[in-house]
Write a new protein. Sequence first.
Length: 566
Amino acid sequence: MFARDQSVDTVATEWLNRFKDHESRAVADLFNFILKCAGCDHKIESYDVEDPDHFTDKLGDIQEEYQAQGITEYPLIAKSKTSHAFRDSFTDLLKAIVHVLAKSNVIFDDSTVMEVITAWVGPMSSAGNRPFRHTATVASLAIVDGLCEIAKDIAESCAKTQRQAEGEKKKSRVNKARVSELERNAKQTTQRQKILVDLMNSWFDTVFVHRYRDVDPRIRVDCAHALGGWVLTYPDLFFEGQYLRYLGWVLSDTNAPTRHEVVKALIWLYKDKDKQSGLRTFTERFRPRMVEMATRDHDPAVRSETVFLLDLLRDAGFLEPDDIDSIGRLIFDSELRVRKAVVKFFTANINDLYDTKVEELGGQEGLDDVLETLAGGDDFENPRIEWLKLKCLAEMLQTYDALDQTEPTNMSEVPLTDAYLLMAAGMESRFSLAADVLYDNVKDLEDWELLAGYLLFDHSRTSDQNGATTDVETLFKAQCKLSDEEEILLLEMVKYWIWRFSKSCDKTSPHIPRFSMMSRNNLLLMGNQRSSKKQAARCSMPKHLKISMRLPVKSSRVCGSTKFTL
């Protein structure tokens, strides 16, 4: 097959022809092919196939001779450029053989063929020798793959035939012969479906039930991948609790790639909205484990993939409020991959909070009408609907985490001048980590002028109404009012924008003069701030900014005018 560069379909057809000429010899050739793919040169003969009582003994003898050679490497785990192609050709050939056996009706008319193959490959999949066990397991899984594909095609054909029969019965002049033929074909396909289901269950009980928890993690990964494929290919059988539970159990596998494989399979299942209702029981049972994997798994790839999975569960309404908060907190995670994965989940939380607040204010249309009268063109210090989204962002972040308590000592005097140089602590704060991944996904964060206008608005003039008024404008301002902690948090967002902007431009950039607008608006050091945390937050701008400032007499607070340059 490999030497002559033949297609798998051609090889499968040739094998079927040999099978028709001499069944035992063809089955022996198939088993010898599997042995060869396990790295074993020993062979069985046609008379071995004809003696089912000694299958196990013969396999034991071959295994002993093979182990005596001390071989540890075998084709399936070889680290070469062609190893992946070899694996694909190996499994594709076995699936092609199953297809030609079905197409020629051998599987349906002669049950002994698959029984003999199962009798040889099944025990080999439980052999103590790892090359034998792994290769036979992959072969068995490929055979079930082929059976699933055939069962899917037959199920579709059966449904089509039944629809045709129903259509014929509804005609004014019923063709009884045609109806009888269609019903006979539907009955035949139903019988064939039962044969295939019995075969798949036999292989499942013989191989999968034992190998999904094999000591070799490679075999467990292969089993997890195969079961996910079976559920997608032939859900009529495998989309049932007795099979889905294995996916749930493997979520606790000690091997990260195995857990990762199951999560990927579950993502495909939950993406199908038609299957979500059937996954409710499974979700209730294994949801806590999924949340635990997203928040505590030691492998970043598994955690990030599980976050994507939980986002689908959230959309389906399967998550509890505590689960949503646990996943939302990952926006502060130290792993960049996890933070990127949780952005969509976190922004959905913001949008839900935003929608709730809008409804409390009377709806989007009413708010738009009120705020349109307040809009001042490019004056970003006038109330805007976007402020509410920023408020939700700040409120959500503040809910998920407390501000750092450390106040940085990040100003040092420049010798022989009246200037001070900001020695920024960098972008290491947890809120800056969140801003890093939110910047490209929360549209309002990209507009720093909008953010600055929101921060410059004097919220102290807005009182908490507590239901004392029905004026939409007043209520909107009250909803947008920032606490000190939330204001400091949004200053971190501005800080991140400056840092990111400074990384993407140089002194010749035409956009640099926009920094002067921040100076005119006193964003960094506006007025006499009583909160030392606010002063620290405003002063904790990137080290690219050089600030000259004057301190008032008898006051240690930083105030007055400010100018800075890159």
